[in-house]
Structure formats: C-alpha cells, structure tokens
Design a protein around this ligand. Sequence first.
Ligand code: ATP
Length: 647
Amino acid sequence: MTHLSIPHPEVAAQTDVAAHTGSGPSGSRRVLAGVLRQPAAVTGLVFLLLVAVAAIAAPWIAPYGPTEKDYDATLAGPSADHWLGTDQLGQDTFTRVLYGARIALIVAFGSVGIAMAIGVPFGLLLGYRGGWRDRIGSRLIDVSDALPGILLGFAVIAVLGRGLFNLMFAIGLIFCMGFARTTRAVALAERKKLYVDAVRVAGLRTPAILFRQVLPNLAGALIVQGSVFLASAIMIESALSFLGIGLESDTPTWGAMLSNAAANTQQPFLAVPPGLAIVCTVLAFNIVGVGIGDAMTGTGRSSLPRRRVRRAAAPVGESVTPEARAVLEFRDVTVAVGGGKEPVPLVQDVSLAIGRAEVVALLGESGSGKSMLARSALGLLPAGVHLAGGSVWFEGERIDDLDERGLRKIRGCGMAVVLQDPMSALSPVHTIGRQLGEPLRVHAGLTGKAARERAVELLDRVGVEDARGRLDDYPHQFSGGMAQRVAIAMALAAGPRLLIADEATSALDVTTQSQVLDLLLDLRDEMDMAILLITHDLGVVAESCDRAAVMYAGQLVEVNDVTSLFDEPRHPYTAALLAANPTSEADVPRLPTIPGRVPPAGEWPAGCHFAGRCAHARPQCTEGSVPLVQDVRCVRADELTLEVTSR
Ligand SMILES: Nc1ncnc2c1ncn2[C@@H]1O[C@H](COP(=O)(O)OP(=O)(O)OP(=O)(O)O)[C@@H](O)[C@H]1O
C-alpha cells in the first residue's frame, strides 16, 4: 500500500463528501430500457421522433413553400397534388402541417426551457432555505396557480407584443411556478438527508450543494413534469394562435390553421390535419411522460435506506487532557428544541474537550443526546433545535456563533465526519472519482489530472485495491467496508484536525470493523488527528479510545480514561451500561439489562436523571440538580464502589 502524505489542512483539500442519491447512475440506461418495455410509450416515442424529423426536414420534404399560394385550388380536398387539401388561399395543408410541427416543437421546448430556468432555481432556493423565504415563495406559487394561464399569456403578449420569443416567454411564465412547486417539494425533503449534511460539512457552498448535489435528484421529476408541460405548451400555443394572438397570421401554426378552418366551414376537412396533429402530439408527449415516470419508479433514491444522522460528540470539559490544547471544546452547552418561553432541553450543560490526536468515545443509550451534541459542533442542528446556552470552540476559536461562511472554513479541513452508512452518504449518481474530486477541488484547488492522482493516492492509502481502476465506479459497486473506506478517504482529503466518526463501524462485519478501526488509528498517528467516536460498541471503545464520555438523558454523567472507566466506573449508570454489554465478562447467568428506559426530553426528573433506574439511589439524589464534579455526576460518587454487574 502506498503511503500517502496527507496534505496539511491549509494546503490540502478537505473532507468527507458524502453525497446524495438520485435518479440513479446507470439510471438513464435503466429508465430508457424501462420505457422501451412499454408499448404505449414506445409508440408515443416513435410518433414524436417522426414529428421531430418532419419538423427538421420540412424544407426538404414539403412539396410546396409554407406560404406558397395556388389560387386555382382554394379550399380543395385531398388530391394527388395536395395530399391534405388546401386552404382558402390555396396554401398546401400538408406543407403547413409540417412547418407547423417546427413551430410547435420550438415553442414547446423553448417555453419549457424558460419555465425551468426560472422555476427550478426558485424552487430549489425555497425548499433548501425554508423559513420565511419558503413561506412567502409558497404563497406566491399558490397565487400564481389561481391565475388562469391563458389570461397570463394574453397579458404578457399584450405587453411585449407578438413574436416567437415573446410567445415562448409567456408560456414559460405560465409553467415556471409548476416547476418551482415540484422543485421546492423535492428540495425540502432532500435538504434533511445525510448527503446534504455531509457536503455541507465538506464545506461546499449553497449554490454548489443545490445545483450539483440536490438538483440531480430532481432529474426524474423534472423530466416527467417537463414532458407533460411540453404537451400543455403545444395546446396553449395552439389556443393563442387560434385566438389570433399567437404568432403572425401568415406563420404556419397548427392553432392558426384550426382558426382558419373555423372561418371556412365550407371545407370541413380543413380542420382535420391540424386537429389531429395537435391531439396526437399532445397525447404522445403525455404517454411518453407517464412512461418515463413509470420506468423511473424504484430507480431513484427512495430505494436507499434513510439513516439516522449522527455527528460527532465531544469530550468532557474539565477533563481535557491538560497537556494538550483542546481541538474541540464544548463549554456548558445546552441544546434545546422549540422556541417560546419554555424550550425543551435535549442536551444540558455539557462541558467536554478533545485534545490533539486524542481518541474520545461518546457513549450512552439511544436518546441520550450524543448526536445533538455533535451536531451543535458542526452547526448542523435540525430545524427547530438550537443552541440554547454555552459555546463551542475549535482550536481556541469560538465557532457556535459563526455563519455558514465561517463554518465552511472549519468544516472539512478542520472537522470532518464519517457516517454510519457510507451508502446513504455517497451519491449514487456520481462516480467515486468525481465525489472524491469535489473536496479536492473546493479545498485544495485541484482539478483534472492532479485531482485524479490525489484521489488515487487517497483511495490507496485507505486500502481500496486497484484504486485507479475503481475511480470510475459508482458507490453501489463497492462493498460496505470498501464504501466506508471511500468515505474515510473523502473525510481525510483536506487533512482535518478532528474526525467525527458517528457509528462509523456499526454497519460493518467484525473483521471489516476491526480493519477500519485500525485504519482510523493509523491515520490518527500519521496526521495527529483527534477522533470523536460515537458508538454503542464498548469493545470498540476499549480497543481504540483514550477516554470516554458517558451521556445519560442529555447530561454527561462520567468522563474517564478508558482503562479506569472499564475497571472502576464511578457513576452507577456507567457500571450498568458496562454490565449490559453483550461481551461483558461479568459472570452472570443471563445478560443483564438496565431496567426502565431513558426518560424522554421534557420529562427529565429533578435531581439525578438516572435516579429512577439506579440501584444506589437515595432521597438526596432527587433533591436538587447534580453537578459534574471531578468528571462524575453522582452525589454518592465518593462513597460508592461500583462493580460491573446488574442491579
Ligand atoms: N429533529 C429533532 N427535533 C426534536 N427533538 C429531536 C430531534 N432529533 C432528536 N431529538 C430528540 O433529542 C434527544 C437526543 O437525541 P439524540 O439523537 O441526540 O440521541 P443519541 O444519544 O444520539 O441517540 P442514538 O444513539 O439513538 O442516536 C432525544 O430525546 C430525541 O428524541
């Protein structure tokens, strides 16, 4: 294995990128195959291809010019000279239908393109940002829905005048809010997903996240909606032309031809060719749109499991290794949900620090607040949850009050994250090489060959065999362990000083888990990098960590070096947690459990939060809040000698 010299933070690129999901990588081929399996969709597709060929080749295949008149054959029915007859000026209907196809397709694609160009960024922004922007924007979309589209078209053309572009613009305006609505809905869902958090941690800017990460997930929905709007655009263009406010009257459009037929009822056949052209083309677009939608079912990200998001947690305040300057420090951190007068605390008064190159575990049952604490360091608290007290410091700089721009400077090259499930944190729509290239480009300015070479080095370093050959593979082509190595490579790209490993090995088999842990520890040694390990696995803690911080119901209850923690736990909860460990060597007839459950946030008891489940509880335990004294939060800490057994 090549030894990679991981670049120094300032020099190198950063981070863990874990990107998204989406319509699927080889998805486009799968979707095409899916469409081709549907006879109706194939028929529609073939018809549209014919229309497109006719439109493009009209000047060569049309027997007459589009405005060429034959006054000897006005309002004629189908004949050998005029296959579809003529109008009142003797203009050949077949020719005008062919030219009409050109206008129809140009207007349809042009207006849908304009609608997308306006609606998609607008919807992305609303959905991703949320909050008041979203509320105002959504009302705007609702209001625009209430306006009859055709009237809007009238108004725009009345103001701008007739003409091809104005017509496309008018129709584009009618549709843009439809695209905005779809895009907003998808962006709203996507922004809560792991890959978005991961790329934010990677330091990507909002436009890059929106357009490179979130947008690809919209491809499916936009294609389906676009094809339906193409059909509608043809109808609206025809309606406007029929009413005489579309294009100039001598321009061959299907709508104008229908209007003409309505004025010349003595030749009823005149309405048939343009009418059929409109109906069949609109139908074909709709059928193909539905076909694409059906073919895409199950090919999108929805097939990927949604994982809980976790982030690093931190060490205990007072107990920071004295000789090392803290890389990350929580000072009296309180995280709460809800505003108003009574926000509910999820994490309470946590003080913890992690020293340089230190490996600290964050332990505790589900719901104890590990993730919330970690998220507060990364500036990734979920909506509605906020830092209600205290502060977070990174290498001596306060970071909890930084804005996104400030956080970007720290995320990735300062702090990086490896998540539990690499598959949900890697984008299925981009190759590994591309995903690795992103942080290298953003943080080290590496592009092209240089980025590729660095990506190969990184993959090689984390033990991905045939690294060069695997750059063009997609995440689904990697095993879980290999994908986790890729995620680690991304996290290390910028040489972070702190790696937050959030159950990073939980989903792996024992052998792979051990290899990944060894890798993390090797990298810690090489890079002088601190690691905050959130885990439920006490075996992993025993093997890998210097210190452990134990959380219970939002509070730190004990911080200790790992050897002492396992040999002489000082808090009854720590002892109970160790006793309940399936690999505990405690000689008990059956696996002990901790009776009861963690009280949910908002229902924490006064005094010691663990008192209700504690075998050693006394009345004084519930009398008042219990402070963390010398790294343990128990009023009886000095008098208890705890053994690792159940109560
Ligand atoms: N988005 C949210 N909004 C409000 N409360 C939340 C949210 N996410 C989690 N919580 C609550 O915050 C508390 C702490 O949750 P947290 O996820 O930090 O626990 P944890 O120790 O990391 O658990 P686990 O080991 O299961 O991940 C829990 O009571 C949980 O119900």
